[in-house]
Design a protein around this ligand. Structure first.
Ligand code: ZN
Length: 152
């Protein structure tokens, strides 16, 4: 693994969100939440949503994990606050496509904004699950799925 690859993975914006995660707290008045776990890396995350009239009024996350999982969760909450559930589902699909690199031509770059900084994980299969964990947990919280999400 060369240094330039590492730099691709840990971009400034990712380190910033890791060191100063946004919306990193439990949400006392959450209307739904879900727990996610990535056994491959040991990342644990809980996503909290306060949904009113189909709009995500509040979103937060808590837990422990590596830089990628935390930064991904932080950027996710920042991007989704105030958005509709439909928009969140659309962004979820867009982000998963970007992170897994399966359909790069279908990725809406404009929609991704800052999240594009995470695209470097494509080259690191071990880290893809760190980056997708928050999003799968979000998806579970939106559908009120009780079971813990696991990337395995
Ligand atoms: Zn991780």
């Amino acid at each position: 693994m060369s240094d330039s690859n590492d730099n691709d993975l840990y971009q400034e914006v990712i380190l910033d969100h890791y060191k100063n995660p946004r919306n990193y707290c439990e949400l006392a008045d959450a209307t739904s939440s879900a727990q996610g776990h990535n056994p491959l890396c040991g990342d644990q995350i809980k996503v909290y949503l306060k949904i009113k009239d189909g709009i995500i009024e509040q979103i937060s996350f808590a837990g422990s994990g590596c830089a990628i999982s935390k930064a991904s969760g932080s950027m996710m909450t920042e991007q989704l606050k105030g958005r509709t559930i439909a928009e969140a589902v659309e962004l979820f699909e867009n982000v998963i496509k970007m992170l897994t690199g399966r359909a790069p031509e279908e990725v809406d770059q404009a929609e991704l904004g800052k999240l594009a900084a995470l695209s470097g994980v494509c080259a690191f299969p071990m880290r893809v699950k760190c980056a997708t964990l928050a999003w799968h947990t979000l998806r579970a919280a939106m559908t009120n799925k009780e079971d813990e999400v696991s990337t395995e």
